[in-house]
Write a protein that binds this ligand. Structure first.
Ligand SMILES: Cc1cc2nc3c(=O)[nH]c(=O)nc-3n(C[C@H](O)[C@H](O)[C@H](O)COP(=O)(O)OP(=O)(O)OC[C@H]3O[C@@H](n4cnc5c(N)ncnc54)[C@H](O)[C@@H]3O)c2cc1C
Length: 497
């Protein structure tokens, strides 16, 4: 045993959790480590929510997230339970973060090693290493000034604000690029349009638009180049499997195929859950479901935080899971095929449409886990960013995008991809919503296009209803696996206080 369980078994609490997404699972582990009795209700037959997997004709695919950063937040859960993380959850740091492709034939390998990456951009784009270095130093500086306060703590509690870290960040506001766009920050340091495009792409990591999102979002590259990009052994779904198995080991009870119908409120206090028309009583309730649906479906009689719920949503995704009966040695785990007109692509997304020349992302886990595809084949998770669902005619949009994506990949890779696709599954904003109850199929809750976005996410607790807490990608600090895991940590801190 590395560490003992939390030493805070002050009194017994019974905790009810709605949803076994990654934040629900992390909350379950944290509460169980405190010695509390925990029950989790999940509408799906399996844990993980967006972080799940599918199998098609002998191919395995991670269904949602494909990029893993900040693994320390997963390790921490094992350490809290007194276990050695490496014995239960393994991952490796990627030497190559991503392969980038442009239509004019330019190819760029984003090495994790900054010197190797600087050499690559000098050779391929003729850019002096200092430009890259300035960007990455700025990204790290912004992260160090704001990360601990804005990501690891509740923004909605006074004690967060009276700290040295906040005072330091406030003094640096003029240098945090809150009033300029991410694109402008990248143009300031990088000049070359291809490199600007590459660094603008980081806005999409939380479903935002680099031409609108504040320059403070340029902290995101630090997650990859500073802390590293990782691959969990046997794929992303192993994150879910490991945390789920830890929770069970700690005695958490799971109820699958079980949709919570109502949060029971008595005297402005959450006291239980209605499940299968029966009332079950708890001392604390943690909701991991999308905040919009939590209010609209489970808290229908309560006052709705309309301004927060009506925030602009993040983008969604269209994914083609393709079994490819060929191997592509030039491709890696993460591959990006850039649009010729990146700004137009985002203008289309803002207008609720799909651009005819989208940036295409191809994730191939069989590069690291060969068993994910039959011998001589590869499992392609092929994704483009699309708008959230506002009632578009998706079937025709998907057919059009399918054609455009294949044509683009054929042009760049000089193949006839149709000849090699032996099976296909599709995920679109409608199915993302129906499978995980994410409002309008948004991947990351609300978008971060406004400089106030961080303050407009729902707090991790209810101001009006006692003993009710919220975790997951649709509340503070936002979407993506690391932030969803942090939301569980923030709740843990608040419940303790
Ligand atoms: C296609 C795609 C690609 C992504 N790529 C990345 C990436 O590369 N890297 C990254 O870090 N993040 C990525 N993300 C985002 C990341 O997956 C999410 O931010 C994160 O998984 C959200 O976790 P969550 O805890 O909010 O729960 P969710 O995954 O949203 O799960 C919520 C759970 O609650 C359950 N639920 C809802 N209502 C009820 C109810 N009434 N009763 C019982 N259960 C209920 C749902 O069934 C679901 O299982 C991606 C997401 C998608 C969809």
């Amino acid at each position: 045993m590395l560490y003992s369980c939390y030493e805070t078994k002050i009194f017994h609490l019974k905790i009810g959790i709605i949803g076994a997404g990654i934040a629900g699972l992390a909350s379950a582990v944290r509460m169980a480590c405190r010695g509390y009795e925990v029950e989790v209700f999940e509408a799906n037959p399996h844990p993980g929510g967006k972080l799940s997997e599918i199998e098609v004709n002998g191919y395995r695919f991670d269904a949602g997230p494909s990029l893993f950063t900040m693994p320390q937040y997963v390790d921490e859960l094992f350490m809290l339970a007194g276990l050695e993380p490496k014995l239960h959850f393994q991952y490796e740091r990627l030497p190559i973060i991503c392969e980038y492709f442009w239509e004019d034939g330019t190819r760029l390998t984003a090495f994790a090693n900054q010197e190797a990456f600087a050499k690559e951009i000098r050779e391929k784009l003729n850019i002096v290493p200092a430009s890259l270095q300035k960007t990455l130093v700025d990204s790290q500086r912004k992260y160090e000034l704001t990360g601990r306060t804005f990501l690891e703590k509740s923004l909605h509690r006074l004690d967060t604000w009276f700290t040295k870290d906040v005072a330091k960040a406030i003094l640096q506001i003029p240098t945090l690029d809150l009033f300029t766009s991410m694109n402008k920050v990248n143009e300031r340091y990088l000049q070359d349009p291809k490199l600007v495009q590459l660094f603008n792409r980081y806005a999409t990591y939380n479903g935002s638009n680099p031409y609108k999102a504040p320059g403070l979002l340029s902290i995101i590259p630090h997650f990859e180049y500073g802390f590293g990009a990782f691959y969990p052994k046997n794929g992303m779904y192993n994150i879910t499997k490991s945390i789920y198995s830890l929770a069970k080991q700690l005695g958490v009870k799971f109820y699958f195929n079980t949709k919570v119908e109502e949060i029971i409120i008595k005297n402005k206090q959450a006291v239980g859950l209605k499940v299968n028309n029966e009332s079950r009583f708890y001392d604390r309730i943690i909701s991991n479901m999308d905040i919009f649906h939590a209010y609209k479906k489970l808290l229908t009689k309560e006052k709705q935080p309309t301004r927060i719920l009506n925030q602009q949503k993040s983008t969604s995704a269209l994914i083609f899971y393709w079994g490819i009966k060929k191997q592509f040695p030039d491709l890696n785990l993460h591959n990006i095929f850039f649009s010729n007109h990146y700004k137009s692509e985002f203008e289309y997304l803002e207008a609720g449409k799909i651009y005819h020349d989208p940036t295409v992302y191809v994730n191939i886990t069989s590069k690291y886990t060969p068993e994910d595809a039959p011998a001589g084949c590869e499992n392609w998770f092929t994704m483009i960013n699309v708008p959230y669902n506002s009632g578009q005619h998706w079937d025709s949009l998907i057919a059009e995008a399918h054609k455009n994506i294949i044509a683009k990949l054929n042009r760049i890779l000089k193949v006839e991809l149709e000849d090699f696709i032996e099976c296909e599954e599709i995920l679109d904003p409608r199915t993302i919503e129906s499978k995980t109850a994410s409002h309008l199929g948004a991947l990351y809750g609300t978008s971060s296009n406004s400089r106030m976005a961080a303050f407009m996410r729902h707090p991790n607790f209810s101001r009006r209803i006692k003993n009710l807490y919220f975790c997951g990608g649709s509340v503070h600090p936002g979407g993506g696996i690391p932030l969803a895991l942090l939301s569980a940590k923030i709740i843990d801190d608040i419940i303790l206080k």
